[in-house]
Design a protein around this ligand. Structure first.
Ligand SMILES: C[S@@+](CC[C@H](N)C(=O)[O-])C[C@H]1O[C@@H](n2cnc3c(N)ncnc32)[C@H](O)[C@@H]1O
Length: 238
């Protein structure tokens, strides 16, 4: 398995990752430090978990703690109101052959944080998307991330909660440097104290993101994607 075929590998698993995001998660996990473990908040049916676990297997070979109560977030509660994703999660993890790399914690992230004492080298946040929930996830887990460790948020373009939070959690946070974004994921590296230059670079990137967010949202609308596919003659998902 490598970064270029991970998107094909997880294509059959239901989830919301763009191909480029699957590749990024794989790479972040592959490059993560072995001084900590990988923590994922919000696993759903395991698509992102498989990307992280296969990346870890090619790199630091550390466990992926996959935290999810498996009852969905508010946005998943349709007419029936009932959601239970754990059985499909387990089946997908097994089918992908990463059972040994993944430790599921069937809890809310803030409950899991209370008795979790391992250092974290990669934290991926993709739980509930309202501002207060994503802020609570970040505040409970950021202190456990080691210096040099990476924090990544999903859905930071179209969803108000994560989009607003990354401004303070990453771009304006003096404990974070090397912020980047790819598709809807925004990520940064924890440090003791970001240098003045690093802080200015982040400010410029925040301005770029201010233009990037609505552009990506527009380009990924189903109608626009279809039109781009016709014009470019290739999938607009990569
Ligand atoms: C958008 S889905 C995750 C998608 C998954 N990362 C993927 O790429 O396939 C959000 C998940 O967050 C979970 N969730 C909601 N609140 C949570 C919390 N406080 N702690 C952990 N997970 C939570 C939901 O149960 C749901 O499965």
């Amino acid at each position: 398995m490598n970064g270029s075929n991970i998107a094909d590998y997880v294509r059959g698993v239901e989830g919301w990752l763009f191909d480029g995001e699957a590749r990024l998660l794989f790479e972040l996990a592959r490059q993560a430090s072995s001084a900590g473990v990988i923590v994922e908040i919000g696993s759903w049916k395991g698509k992102s978990t498989i990307c992280l676990a296969t990346g870890s297997r090619e790199g630091p070979r550390v466990k992926v703690y996959a935290i999810d109560p498996h009852i969905g977030s508010e946005e998943h509660h349709g007419a029936s109101g009932r959601v239970w994703t754990f059985d499909e999660f387990k089946a997908n993890i097994k089918r992908a052959g990463v059972e040994d790399e993944v430790v599921p914690l069937v809890k809310m992230s803030t409950d899991a944080a209370r008795d979790f004492n391992l250092p974290v080298s990669l934290l991926f946040i993709d739980g509930a998307h309202d501002f207060d929930s994503v802020k609570a996830d970040f505040e409970a887990w950021f202190p456990k991330v080691i210096n040099g460790g990476v924090v990544a948020f999903h859905d930071t373009t179209g969803w108000e909660g994560p989009r607003r939070l990354v401004r303070t959690a990453l771009f304006r946070n003096p404990r974070v440097e090397a912020v980047g974004f790819r598709w809807s994921i925004t990520y940064g590296r924890k440090t003791e104290s970001a240098s003045l230059v690093a802080r200015w670079v982040k400010r410029v990137k925040m301005l770029v993101k201010w233009v990037y967010d609505p552009t990506l949202n527009f380009l990924t609308r189903p109608g626009v994607k279809r039109m781009l596919r016709t014009i470019l003659g290739r999938p607009a998902s990569a």
